[in-house]
Each structure stands twice: as C-alpha cells, then as structure tokens.
Design a binder for this molecule. Structure first.
Ligand SMILES: C[S@@+](CC[C@H](N)C(=O)[O-])C[C@H]1O[C@@H](n2cnc3c(N)ncnc32)[C@H](O)[C@@H]1O
Length: 308
C-alpha cells in the first residue's frame, strides 16, 4: 500500500461495506461445508481489525476446520499473541523481509526497523503459536544479499523461514522479472553455507518446497511461484473484507457473496454460488505469465485486498 496513495487522509471503505464478524463466520462455515479445512486470516493487516481475537474465537466454533492461522506483519503481535492463543488460534506466520534495519525499512516503505517484529515473534513463540513461520519476499536488488543473516538468526529455533519469489500481484508494485531470484539460486547459496537436503511435502498442494539442514538445525521453505508455478495443485479460495470470493491471487474480479447474503439468500443458495464458482474456475495465471504477449495489462486485484 504505497504511502503516497494510502496516506493519513485516505478514505478507507466505510464499515457498512465490510463483512461483520457474523457474516464472516457464516461464509466460512459454508466454505467448510464445501470442503475447506484450513483458514488463514490475512489482509491488509489483520491485527488492526478491532477485536480480532473475538473473530478467532467465533471461527474456532466451526466444526470440521483443522487449522486456523493468521499472517501478520508482526507490528502489533506482541500485544495480541496471548489473547489470540487463548481465543483458539493455532499458529501465526510473520512477514519479515530482512534483519537489516535499512533494507527492512526500505521494503516496508514506512521506515520501520525489525525490532518490534522480532519482539512479536518472541511473544508468539512464548504464547505457543507454533509452528511459527516467517515469510520473506526475495528481491534481488533489495534483500537478497542479506538473507543468510535471516537464516542464521532463525536456524536452530522453532521458527521456519520461508522465502517467497517476488510476484507480480496487483498493479502497483512495479514488478520486473529482473527482481525475481529463482528459489533454486537461493537454495544453492544457503546450501553452500549450511548444507541442505530436500524434504517430503507435508501434504499435496503445499506451496512451499521444504529443505532441512544436514546438521539437524531445522528447516527452511521456498515458494517458487514464478519459476515453478503450481496452479494445477492450487486449492486456495480467498474471501475479501467486502465479501468477494476470489479463486486466484492474480484475479481481476471476484464473486460478490455479500450482496446476496444481505438480500436474504439462504445457506443452500450461498453454498450453490460458492460451489459453482469453484467448479468452474479456470485460473492458471502463473502458468500463463510467461506467454502473455507484451506483458500483463489486466487490472488485477491488489495484494492488500487479496491477502497473499
Ligand atoms: C499481503 S501480506 C498480508 C498480511 C500481513 N499484512 C503481512 O504483512 O503479513 C501476506 C504475505 O504476502 C507477501 N507478499 C506481499 N507482496 C508480495 C509479492 N509481490 N510477492 C510475493 N509475496 C508478497 C507478504 O510478504 C506477506 O508475507
């Protein structure tokens, strides 16, 4: 969310447009009925939503969900970690692109250093929000050269660092292929310092490829969304704050579930909308990216709306 657009005076969506906790719970229960087993609360930044632990507590009541997690920039995590755990959250993922204050400040665009995020991670570990993952997006000209420090810091801890290839989500991040570091290159670099071996995936469709340190000091993951797209295995459905159901991170639009719900649609009708939208999806943008002539000119949904 570039500061020049979303500055202090920016008018965010009015409350009436965003889903209430009751509406979120109702839709998640319908997604569960359609086969969803895992829920991740993301954003935007989920920890700035008022009473986020209340939302967690209400989602925990939905039978059949076997994982409830949250992705955060970690800024407010220290103050929320214990409450989130008490409410029933299983674990968290924290985004942290570098331990270098200057590089991190440049990448978050707000000039913030990593200290408060690291305190958030400590608090989350102390609260038992584990296994805790740290997400680092890799950009060749920005944090690539500082990533061994991140590995060194979290090796031999409970934290699993996952490196994400920089993606062309939305229209505002000025993406260029030159900034993408293929995961294979990063793995090779880490392997030269701390030898690695590949591990089995935890489950089919797991987005990260896992590697363990040969000296037994834990593991890392890499998410190769650009160099090895995994559209064929993608089972992620996304629900936006304003109630749109989105079937691809690179979508241009989504199915509005909020309006039919507010107009009185029953559970069966909403389930029908969810199921037909999912069964008819044809998204495979990451596989097609390289073949889009002259680059991609579509108006894609921004990352802060689609959540990652
Ligand atoms: C969009 S954020 C939303 C949640 C929360 N505000 C946070 O910072 O973690 C979710 C994840 O997407 C990652 N991300 C953002 N832009 C990305 C990009 N262009 N390519 C790959 N990952 C990206 C972030 O690093 C973060 O781990």
């Amino acid at each position: 969310m570039p500061v020049e657009v979303y500055g202090e005076d920016y008018q965010f969506s009015p409350k009436s447009e965003i889903l209430t906790f009751e509406e979120i719970k109702r839709l998640i229960a319908l997604f569960q009925r359609a086969g969803t087993e895992k829920v991740r609360i993301t954003g935007g930044e989920p920890l700035i939503r008022k009473n986020i632990s209340g939302l967690v507590a209400s989602l925990v009541d939905i039978p059949g969900l076997n994982d409830l997690t949250l992705t955060t920039n970690g800024w407010f995590l220290a103050q929320h970690a214990a409450d989130l755990k008490k409410a029933g959250l299983n674990r968290v993922t924290v985004s942290l692109d570098s331990l270098d204050s200057k590089i991190f400040a440049q990448m978050n665009g707000r000039g913030f250093g990593p200290k408060k995020v690291l305190q958030g991670i400590e608090a989350a570990l102390a609260a038992g929000l584990t296994p805790l993952k740290v997400n680092a997006v890799v950009k060749r000209s920005e944090n690539f050269d500082s990533l061994l420090d991140l590995v060194a810091y979290f090796r031999a801890t409970e934290v699993i660092v996952r490196f994400i290839e920089y993606m062309d989500v939305g229209n505002r991040n000025g993406w260029v292929m030159d900034e993408v570091v293929p995961s294979a290159e990063l793995v090779e670099r880490i392997d030269r310092r701390w030898p690695l071996e590949p591990m089995e995936a935890n489950y089919r469709g797991e987005v990260a490829s896992r590697y363990r340190f040969l000296d037994g000091q834990g593991e890392i993951g890499v998410i190769s969304s650009i160099t090895q797209p995994f559209c064929g295995d993608c089972v992620r459905a996304r629900l936006t704050t304003d109630g749109r159901f989105i079937t691809c991170l690179f979508a241009e639009t989504g199915l509005n579930l909020r309006d039919p719900m507010r107009a009185g649609a029953g559970d069966d009708e909403l389930s029908g909308l969810i199921e037909s939208c999912w069964s008819n999806r044809e998204d495979r943008y990451s596989e097609l990216r390289a073949s889009v002539p002259g680059g991609d000119s579509r108006r894609k949904i921004e990352m802060y709306q689609v959540g990652g």
